[in-house]
Design a protein around this ligand. Sequence first.
Ligand SMILES: *[C@@H]1O[C@H](CO)[C@@H](O)[C@H](O)[C@H]1NC(C)=O
Ligand SMILES: *[C@@H]1O[C@H](CO)[C@@H](O)[C@H](O)[C@H]1NC(C)=O
Length: 477
Amino acid sequence: MAPPVPPLLLPHAKRCRTVAVAAVSSVSLSAFIFLCLLLLDLAPHRVLYSRLSASSDLSVSPSREVFILPQGTVDNPPSSVTEVPQRRDPHRTPPFPPPPRPFEPPKPADSAQATDVEARHGADSVGIKKCDVYLGKWERDEEGRYPLYQPDSCPYVDEAYTCQENGRRDSDYLKWKWKPDGCHLPRFNGTDFLERIRGKRLMFVGDSMNRNQFESMLCLLREALPDKSKMYETRGYKITKGRGYFIFKFADYDCTVEFVRSHFLAREGVRINRLGNSNPILSIDRIDKSAKRWKRADILVFNTGHWWTHGKTARGKNYYQEGGVLYPQFDATEAYKKAIKTWGRWIDHNVDPAKQLIIYRGYSAAHFRGGDWDSGGTCKGEREPVKTGALLDSYPLKMKIVEDAIKRMHVPVVLLNVTKLTNYRKDGHPSVYGKKVIEGEKTSKRRQDCSHWCLPGIPDAWNELIYATLVQQQHRQ
Ligand SMILES: *[C@@H]1O[C@H](CO)[C@@H](O)[C@H](O)[C@H]1NC(C)=O
Ligand SMILES: *[C@@H]1O[C@H](CO)[C@@H](O)[C@H](O)[C@H]1NC(C)=O
């Protein structure tokens, strides 16, 4: 039951709307903000908001106009004032309006995105507090809502991530929800998600970490189908590591959720040396061959990262190629920078931001104790998220490189900035439970997986954040 909207808020909000319209036509921006601030005496907001956010119903109709009341000082006008609805040509409604401005790193006053998400919780669409949805903590789920689908219930999770089926006994790690500091995430609603992507193609492009997220998405959306047979891989493929392309169709929504494997986003190739041996190479100035598939998608979720720390890629010996020249030795970080730039250029040249939505999912933390992924590192027995410590604040150089590249692009990219929220979750990895336990077999010798995530699990939260992004995009239409 949604609690009633505090009566105080309504007249203020309405008045502010009227003012908003007037402001656009005549009064200057700062006067408008000033007036709104006057109307909304700031003291009771905290209280108002916490009551509003308790009503977590998200069924705000798409046509409802949403106003984000600017918060900030007159010196520091928030960009959310641009939310004033604009007249649109009814014949030309782009499916995904681009964010109103290119991606920028957050500034204190620039919180339109989070405020938008928050606004949905206010029954009258009034968001007040600043909120960065990626800053927050994991909270125990007291409502019994998590996990969002039961372990064992979803046929699309491949063996590497079905930890419970593989013998993991503890289950506390399934019962946390991501809670942004200043607001609540919209409740994931699979039906609503499918409605939002009706007639569209949602495509995950990246490495196995993105396959992890893709499988989570399939399971989350499957939960919303009364008839599960209305969802199928179009060519009947079962999800396995070996295959690089999957297309799942949701028949009743005429939409697809797809995965395209691309470890580096840049082009992998093979070079035959003088001795006739073939060696893998990476052309950092050319986009991956699978890019022809990317073009067809309406929403793209990219990632790359973990493969750059593996042997040949990290060593960079006779591996990186640029302008047809193979470098005898090249720095992996420099190569990463060039590859991301190549990706950005491709996006800028091939994506129509009025029709397509581009998301880059940030680096997902690994938690190897006492070694690395290939040298005996472990995470077995971790049952609780990290509470404090330097690890929480680590933000990899690779992410700074991505942020930098995104800033220089013309096409706006939504950064799904999940790095920090993954930093906490040392308890969410498969460790030794990435394979069915065979009776009598010792598990301790097995290499542990402390990079990927059990499903249900942490990638479900990333997809909740994609949902929040779609909600926010719609508000901008
Ligand atoms: C992403 O999150 C990190 C904290 O993990 C922060 O340092 C960084 O500025 C954020 N980037 C953006 C673009 O919000
Ligand atoms: C989920 O979304 C659908 C479609 O928009 C809506 O009819 C339904 O009420 C929503 N469910 C919840 C629990 O909010």
